[in-house]
Design a protein around this ligand. Structure first.
Ligand SMILES: NC(=O)c1ccc[n+]([C@@H]2O[C@H](COP(=O)([O-])OP(=O)(O)OC[C@H]3O[C@@H](n4cnc5c(N)ncnc54)[C@H](O)[C@@H]3O)[C@@H](O)[C@H]2O)c1
Length: 347
């Protein structure tokens, strides 16, 4: 790595983007030089908090800044493509929040713009950096599961925590969060929660090529948390994906259903063994001893890295990032097929 170089980074969208900004502030090889949010009062609050030299309410002006190398984009999903295209046009690297885009076609457009600009596009699928997931990836890469032929992945929540359409801030009430409840703006459980767990499963499975997927989405409760309208996004979705190598993946994502606790599970099975990642508990490994059931509980380690560190390091080291555009597209393609409810993957 070029130890002398530091990356000049900006953050667009300052809710989830706060985590990006704070992380950049603490990185040894990055400088947070600009922040952007259309809520001017909140923008000023954030500028003071992090002592940022440049602020913008219009992302187009921010990406045109000459002394800026890269941006994190943490905006509602329907805005991702247009902001990425503007950033690549101005020669900036982009760390894009998940889900990458509204659909795989948009994802491909975004990836093509990055390629043409010769800039890095990384997707902020942060569960990849979870120490348990990292441990399981290494364990699988060592060949301990044999040939992986099926997997199950889910993130589901009990009723009571459906996305609210407003957020109280010290500078006033932010009323822009109803997009989480709107299908046309990229809301819903599948895109919000499903994107993470599909990515984790696909990564552990080695990103097999999608053959087809079916699914069904439900909108039963979402309006309970959303006095604003529309509230037409999915609050519960199920899917089943098949891959050209014969493997398959069961998927479930829910903002609220009749269960009693939050569950986050990815289970992967191969010819030599199985592995389970679940809800903050140590991973479980099955079948290591002659087919007998056995459990190993590796010590949970500290998180060593995250999307922002990986984004900055990959650019400075001149290598592809851990979460590449084609991964974001593959995840989005499975979601497209579930939304279509069809038996074929969307374009
Ligand atoms: N990686 C994760 O775990 C994770 C968690 C939460 C959200 N996200 C993703 O982050 C993205 C943002 O989600 P969020 O929860 O922060 O959304 P949010 O609606 O709570 O916040 C969006 C912020 O962007 C600002 N904004 C909206 N439109 C703008 C525009 N045109 N120009 C400038 N600023 C604008 C809003 O004022 C607000 O401060 C989404 O893609 C979401 O899926 C990822």
């Amino acid at each position: 790595m070029d130890n002398q170089r530091r990356l000049r980074v900006g953050v667009i969208g300052l809710n989830m983007g706060q985590w990006h900004a704070e992380t950049y502030k603490n990185l040894p090889n990055a400088d947070l030089v600009a922040v952007c949010d259309k809520d001017a009062g909140w923008l000023e609050h954030c500028r003071t908090k992090w002592d940022v030299p440049n602020t913008f309410t219009d992302y187009r002006e921010m990406v045109a800044m000459p002394d800026l190398d890269a941006v994190s984009v943490a905006l509602p999903t329907f805005l991702h493509l247009s902001v990425a295209l503007a950033a690549f046009e101005q020669g900036k690297h982009v760390l894009m929040e998940k889900p990458m885009a509204m659909n795989a076609t948009e994802g491909e457009q975004m990836a093509e713009a990055a390629r043409s600009a010769g800039k890095t596009l990384m997707i902020s699928l942060n569960q990849r950096f979870d120490p348990d997931v990292q441990f399981l990836k290494r364990y699988i890469e060592e060949g301990n599961l044999g040939e992986i032929y099926c997997a199950r992945t889910l993130w589901r929540r009990p009723l009571g925590g459906l996305p609210a359409s407003t957020l109280d801030r010290p500078t006033g009430v932010y009323t822009g969060r109803n997009w989480f409840n709107e299908a046309a703006k990229g809301g819903g459980a599948l895109r919000d929660l499903g994107a993470h767990v599909i990515d984790v499963a696909m990564w552990l499975m080695g990103f097999p090529e999608l053959q087809d997927a079916v699914g069904r989405t439900y909108t039963k409760f979402i309006s309970e948390g959303a006095p604003a309208s529309p509230a037409d996004a999915d609050d519960h979705s199920v899917g089943f994906a098949r891959f050209t190598n014969g493997a398959s993946l069961q998927i479930e994502a829910s903002f609220g259903q009749h269960i009693d606790h939050d569950e986050l599970i990815t289970e992967v099975f191969g010819t030599k063994g199985g592995a389970l990642r679940w809800s903050g508990r140590p991973p479980k490994l099955y079948g290591q001893t002659g087919g007998a059931y056995s459990t190993t509980e590796p010590r949970l380690q500290e998180r060593k890295s995250g999307p922002q560190q990986e984004f900055v390091n990959s650019i400075l080291e001149g290598r592809p990032p851990l979460v590449r555009p084609e991964h974001g597209i593959a995840v989005t393609r499975i979601m497209d097929a579930i939304f279509a409810g069809s038996s074929t993957a969307s374009p």
